[in-house]
Design a protein. Structure first.
Ligand code: ADP
Ligand code: ZN
Ligand code: ZN
Length: 740
């Protein structure tokens, strides 16, 4: 034990457990001290956990002889920098989420698992003297060996495995062979060096138009300083080109760039464009990769072996060795908000990260979120605009098609069918959009009105014809098809409403000589299916594309000149105040798929409410004007961004339990000395019963963010004391994006 002359050495750790506290461990004198941010392996109950060192202390609230010693220090020096830690502390405070769990999310699984955490350093390879002097002409019989040796002979340094694999299509077995021949050796990884400027570009840049140039200059001038830019540019206006030219400036200064996109389906396209343009190592990270691949991407950025990281929301926390710039494309996209566990907004955290790192962040979109526009109007963000399409493309014509009193055969009006025919006759492609998969959203009894419902949820079952089943889209339950009404025994059960399958059936009847592709969650289940569809569309083997929101963004379809939204009305009258913004964004994004190349495009919106102000404003005056109107409405109703919200959700197996729990929270809120936070509820969630559980919620709202968070802190302490809280599930959603 310690002697009086020697202070205690205590490591205070964040552990990945759902508790709002840190844990103290002893470290004995034989272990050299490391810094906060290092991963430490410790015993925890009967398990071994990987914790993160938060601080080194000399005193503990726990008696010293009760403290356990650590097992191992995993990192010298720590993998997280001081600023990385600062950000995670902020995230934990802002989202009121346990620090240990926040910390653990910052690491890829590869580095969180004690069993995997030792040998993570990427192997590097270098030629031996013999390999260096090997005459390539002697390798003519082995093309693969030739490629590896030739590549390495051009490189003075050791090269990591990933680079070798990328440039030579070698295999681990081949590397083994070369090592056996003593031409190659495995060496420890080299300290990464910042990249030299002349190496950055692979292909020439496009010459930017005036607006693009203004945006490029504005951001480039701020490299090395914190600044938020909102880059608003219609689809096809050349935002990606702007990103690439700004990235180029950062790379020239030997800085790394983090690029976040909302969805995995968008990464291959962007990745390809980046790889064509830049002569630097590009790391990619998203949830469809293996744990190993993600871990290696994380490390290659953290250690400086890659210059660009392209990823989805979860890549946000990757430590940058030379932080230069953060870009968030499609910043309005709801996928940037995590909807379970730590419910963080990657957009908001990216802005905070840029602030702490003192670097610029660019938020790009054709349809910026109302929050970001509000910040731009307030001059907190710098507003950069690209009002025109770049190159030759022309802005599409948008038409409201009034389908009141028109014969609408299962969602396709006669006028729309004529337009489709005209487009097909010109050998151009058509994109039809409806955001509902399956055959029909309801199965109803014609004689008594009974509707098929899920046993576990307050939801109607969706008819899936191809699969011959009824399915609940909320819990995934599958039911056998029903032919007889369980209430009145009638045999007349009719599918009501429209889904993609039903429209596909109709299209096959109407356009029998054309190829139709239905693209929704069901049809792209198989791995690689989506890629195949996209290829077929690109090669024009498909004439009519029918899709859900899977298709709403990102993809370039050069030959699509007619886009139709079959049903915009379902979004017009929602109880959630976010719905109008979402619908407007969807309409604009889907429209952006039309007429991307030289051919002019047309967009048709089928509606029974052609006078609705959302539609008329959007079509006659554009998204910017819609946004101004929507913000004015939010201001007068004191809704975000003019106030701040947090939603406390609970679910329990009995209705009463959930309600009583929230009632206690309300009582506790009333004792707390803040009077400008309104507490609304408890109310049942819009769909109260889901997967057998009852969902209730409490909405906290205030114009004063500090007071709101003060109250939340108070409530979380209370929750942790309520015994009943263990019998139900609760979660807190700061800045919720829906009230579901
Ligand atoms: P966005 O990201 O805004 O949708 P892109 O950057 O993908 O726009 O640009 C749309 C198309 O216009 C692309 O084919 C791109 O190569 C082209 N483009 C972009 N900027 C220019 C420019 N300055 N000159 C010519 N073509 C451009
Ligand atoms: Zn019936
Ligand atoms: Zn269900």
């Amino acid at each position: 034990m310690t002697t009086p002359s020697q202070p205690n050495r205590i490591y205070r750790l964040a552990l990945p457990v759902p508790l709002y506290r840190l844990f103290d461990y002893l470290i004995d004198d034989s272990i050299p001290l490391t810094q906060p941010g290092a991963r430490i392996e410790v015993p925890f109950g009967k398990t071994v956990q990987v914790g993160i060192l938060i601080e080194i202390a000399t005193e503990s609230e726990v008696k010293l002889d009760k403290l356990k010693p650590i097992l191992r220090v995993l990192d010298h020096p720590p993998l997280l920098s001081k600023v990385d830690l600062e950000l995670l502390h902020w995230v934990s405070r802002y989202y009121h989420y346990p620090l240990g769990e926040v910390m653990s999310l910052a690491f890829p699984k590869l580095l969180r698992d004690p069993a995997l955490s030792t040998d993570y350093a990427e192997p590097h390879y270098q030629l031996t003297e013999a390999g260096l002097n090997l005459a390539l002409s002697t390798l003519t019989r082995s093309r693969k060996q030739h490629a590896v040796i030739a590549f390495l002979q051009q490189h003075a340094h050791a090269v990591n495995a990933a680079t070798l694999l990328r440039h030579t299509q070698t295999t681990p077995a081949l590397i083994k062979q070369l090592i056996a021949k003593e031409w190659l050796v495995r060496v420890p990884p080299v300290e990464a060096q910042p990249l030299l400027s002349q190496q950055v570009l692979k292909s020439p840049i496009l010459s930017a138009n005036a607006e693009q140039q203004a945006a490029i200059s504005a951001v480039s001038e701020q490299l090395g300083r914190f600044s938020v830019f909102l880059l608003e540019g219609v689809t096809g206006s050349g935002k990606t080109e702007v990103y690439m030219q700004i990235i180029q400036q950062a790379l020239i200064q030997a800085l790394q760039v983090l690029v976040l996109v909302p969805e995995i389906s968008l990464t291959p396209q962007l990745e390809q464009r980046f790889r064509q343009r830049f002569n630097v190592a590009i790391a990619v990270s998203h949830s469809k990769l293996t744990d190993k691949q993600r871990g290696l991407a994380w490390l290659s950025i953290q250690q400086g072996h890659s210059q660009i990281l392209l990823g989805t929301r979860s890549a946000l926390f990757t430590p940058l060795k030379w932080p230069g710039l953060i870009i968030l494309d499609e910043e309005h996209d709801v996928s940037f908000k995590q909807q379970d566990g730590l419910r963080f907004s990657a957009r908001d955290v990216a802005v905070m990260r840029a602030k702490l790192l003192n670097i610029p962040v660019v938020l790009g979109s054709a349809t910026p979120s109302l929050e970001s526009l509000h910040n731009a109007f307030n001059r907190r963000y710098q507003h950069l605009q690209l009002p025109q399409r770049a190159g030759l493309a022309i802005t599409p014509e948008m038409v409201l098609l009034d389908i009141r009193n028109k014969k609408v055969e299962q969602g396709l009006s006669q006028r729309l069918c004529e337009e489709i025919n005209t487009t097909l006759a010109k050998r151009e492609q058509v994109l039809l959009f409806i955001n509902r998969r399956g055959f029909a959203p309801r199965l109803i009894c014609h004689s008594c009105g009974w509707v098929a419902r899920c046993k576990h949820c307050d939801a109607n079952l969706v008819v899936h014809k191809r699969e011959q089943a009824l399915r609940c889209h909320h819990c995934g339950s599958r039911y056998q098809p029903v032919n007889t009404c369980p209430v009145c025994n009638a045999q007349e059960l009719v599918p009501l409403g429209l889904g993609t399958e039903r429209i596909e059936q109709l299209l096959t009847q109407y356009f029998p000589n054309h190829n139709i592709a239905r693209i929704d969650q069901d049809s792209v289940q198989r791995k690689g299916a989506l890629t195949l569809y996209l290829q077929q569309i690109q090669q024009q083997h498909i004439d009519i594309i029918l899709g859900t929101q899977l298709l709403a963004k990102g993809h370039h379809f050069e030959n699509v000149t007619l886009v139709a939204l079959l049903d915009v009305d379902s979004g017009l009258f929602s109880i959630d105040f976010h719905a109008a913004e979402r619908l407007a964004q969807l309409i604009v994004q889907v429209s952006g798929r039309a007429g991307r190349a030289e051919k002019p495009g047309k967009v048709i919106l089928q509606t029974r409410h052609p006078e609705h102000p959302l539609l008329t404003t959007l079509l006659s005056q554009g998204y910017a004007e819609f946004a101004r109107m929507a913000l004015a409405e939010r201001a007068s109703a004191q809704l975000p961004p003019y106030s701040y919200q947090a939603l406390l959700r609970v679910e329990a197996n009995e209705q009463d339990k959930a309600e009583q729990f929230l009632q206690r929270i309300i009582d506790s809120a009333q004792q707390c000395a803040v009077n400008d936070v309104s507490v609304l509820g408890p109310v049942p969630a819009p769909m109260p019963r889901r997967i057998g559980f009852y969902h209730y919620q409490l909405l906290l709202q205030s114009a004063n963010r500090t007071h709101l968070h003060f109250l939340i802190n108070h409530l979380i302490k209370e929750i942790n004391q309520i015994k009943a809280s263990k019998k139900l599930r609760w979660s807190l959603d700061v800045d919720p994006i829906d009230l579901f």
